[in-house]
Design a protein around this ligand. Structure first.
Ligand SMILES: [Ca+2]
Ligand SMILES: [Ca+2]
Ligand SMILES: [Ca+2]
Ligand SMILES: [Ca+2]
Length: 277
């Protein structure tokens, strides 16, 4: 077991496919919080060792745990994507749905993807919509799979990510599938910063969310910003809450009432004085 080019090398458990992967994940994520962590990690690594060794000691478990966790970016816990990389054979198509290079680092991109696949704008992703998403994702990796297999993947993904088992995915479920990076705003402390630091941070923040580089936040950009901003204090927003919060953010910021947030408008709200162009 070793790391190649920063990627976790699969331990190659025999015969793991999408269905058995689902079972393994569920078995070890005992509290169903989307992470294998704490005691769950010990159980998981003990299980891994028993697949290849006769005598498993606590020291060996600790050793393997340290080695594998050091290859995983994050906070000493495993996400589904990490476990998929560890357990699924490289030729298993299902693995493509968990590719790490699919990590999204901008909430605006996430919102755009969300709207693209929530075709009926119902505020959630149905299994038909998820199927379309998975089909496109596989296609992006150059794979076309038969409809039957795609349906199988769709129902496995649904079971893995549909937290409240209502047969639909909400914003947070979908953020987990897309492996959205940590909230971009967490790194800033606008409160205690000097005016100079504030200005510098503000520039970074604005250009991060102004994906289209127009000097204004519009559409998905406003929603992406609103989501990260609100989730600093209240994680796991629902679609309805996000829509409401986006509207009230617009109401507060949009002084010239053009439905967009100009840089100077956002500056006013965040206490950064910018000259009005
Ligand atoms: Ca857990
Ligand atoms: Ca929908
Ligand atoms: Ca823009
Ligand atoms: Ca405006």
């Amino acid at each position: 077991m070793c790391s190649q080019g920063g990627k976790v090398t699969p331990v190659g458990l025999h015969g793991v496919n999408s269905q058995s992967f689902l079972e393994i994940w569920r078995h070890f994520d005992v509290d169903d919080n989307g992470y294998i962590e704490g005691k769950e990690l010990d159980h998981f690594f003990t299980h891994l060792l028993t697949q290849t060794e006769n005598a498993v000691s606590a020291a060996k478990v600790t050793d393997l745990k340290q080695k594998l966790l050091s290859e995983v970016p994050g906070e000493g816990r495993l996400k589904i994507h990490d476990m998929a990389a560890l357990l699924l054979p490289e030729d298993e198509t299902f693995l493509l749905l968990f590719k790490r290079d699919a990590t999204l680092d901008n909430t605006v991109d996430f919102i755009q993807i969300w709207h693209k696949y929530d075709k009926d704008s119902s505020g959630c992703i149905s299994s038909t919509e998820l199927k379309d998403f998975l089909r496109d994702l596989l296609m992006k990796h150059g794979k076309v799979v038969p409809e039957g297999q795609l349906s199988g993947y769709t129902s496995t993904m649904m079971q893995l990510f549909d937290k409240n088992n209502d047969g639909r995915l909400d914003l947070n479920d979908m953020a987990r599938i897309l492996n959205v990076k940590e909230n971009f705003l967490l790194q800033f402390q606008l409160e205690d910063a000097s005016q100079e630091e504030r200005c510098r941070d503000f520039e970074k923040i604005f250009s991060h969310y102004d994906v289209s580089n127009t000097g204004t936040l519009e559409g998905a950009e406003v929603e992406g910003f609103a989501k990260d901003m609100m989730e600093l204090v209240r994680p796991s927003l629902s679609t309805r809450e996000l829509t409401q919060l986006t509207q009230s953010l617009l109401k507060r910021c949009d002084s010239n009432q053009d439905g967009k947030i100009q840089k100077w408008e956002l500056g006013l709200i965040l206490g950064v004085r910018l000259r009005k162009p």
